[in-house]
Design a binder for this molecule. Structure first.
Ligand SMILES: NC(=O)c1ccc[n+]([C@@H]2O[C@H](COP(=O)([O-])OP(=O)(O)OC[C@H]3O[C@@H](n4cnc5c(N)ncnc54)[C@H](OP(=O)(O)O)[C@@H]3O)[C@@H](O)[C@H]2O)c1
Length: 239
């Protein structure tokens, strides 16, 4: 990788939406794909880095990004967990489980904001850059009319607040960076699989479509004080 060639950084790269995004990005530019898992099939123009998302491991990654050099023009953070094989999202208050809730906050809110903590000095500079986290409309407090999914909702709402707050600080310290909380719509991945029967016809999107919308929307955001919260059409979502 040569210095000054634009680089895209994709975190949580094993996500099915991330994989579709990488497939599109790598035809345009170099991609650094970061995941807990090494990708099975190396792809041209993609460097795979492994990270366990401990803070030490995130620091090791951001140090490496500094060493690699080059201008980073896009960062995507895909991390997000809705359910495990033995743990479904709670519908009733009785379903709340402290251990599961803390795990949800760790992967959905804490990991992304740790990245923003350590990426700030790496991204701050002249290169205009978008930094997108995968949020969800269910994390909108004002749009919550259905209830349920306590941990996932709350951890995405926390993510939104963390990114909005970081956006105010980035506007002072990394003016070149636009922050975006992105709602992809219901997308056909393992994450949504158990809930797809409730999705209205035509509203279950392919990863390829969502990746295309994500690239388009993130390319057109500009730095503001605070963060954008936009859906797959580029429409504002209420915080
Ligand atoms: N699919 C949908 O309908 C939908 C709707 C709204 C929002 N979203 C959001 O979009 C994002 C990607 O979703 P997806 O459907 O592509 O999901 P997915 O294929 O299940 O991907 C899961 C993601 O979470 C990360 N992850 C898993 N366990 C983790 C842990 N213990 N700690 C930290 N990270 C962990 C994975 O990173 P590794 O690469 O390290 O494994 C991967 O990036 C998520 O944030 C999700 O909440 C999805």
């Amino acid at each position: 990788m040569t210095a000054n060639s634009p680089i895209a950084v994709v975190i949580g790269a094993s996500s099915e939406i991330a994989q579709a995004t990488i497939a599109k990005l790598r035809s345009q530019q170099k991609v650094i794909a970061i995941s807990r898992h090494r990708q099975r099939h190396p792809q041209p123009n993609v460097c795979d880095w492994q990270c366990d998302y401990s803070e030490a491991s995130i620091v090791a990654m951001t140090d490496l990004l500094t060493e690699v050099g080059g201008d980073i023009n896009r960062v995507y953070i895909f991390n997000g967990v809705l359910h495990h094989s033995d743990q479904f999202p709670g519908k009733r208050v009785e379903d709340i489980d402290a251990t599961a809730m803390l795990a949800s906050f760790q992967s959905n809110s804490v990991v992304p904001i740790l990245w923003l903590k350590h990426l700030l000095p790496v991204l701050s500079g002249k290169q205009v850059c978008s930094l997108t986290v995968m949020s969800a409309r269910v994390g909108s407090i004002s749009d919550n009319h259905l209830g349920g999914w306590y941990s996932y909702r709350a951890s995405k709402a926390a993510l939104n607040m963390l990114i909005q707050t970081a956006g105010i600080e980035y506007a002072r310290r990394a003016k070149n960076v636009a922050l975006l909380c992105f709602h992809p719509g219901t997308t056909d991945t393992a994450l949504s699989k158990p809930f797809q029967s409730n999705v209205p016809a035509g509203k279950l999107f392919s990863t390829d479509f969502v990746a295309q919308q994500l690239l388009y929307v993130s390319e057109h955001v500009h730095p503001i004080c605070g963060a954008h919260f936009l859906d797959w059409q580029g429409n504002k979502v209420d915080w």
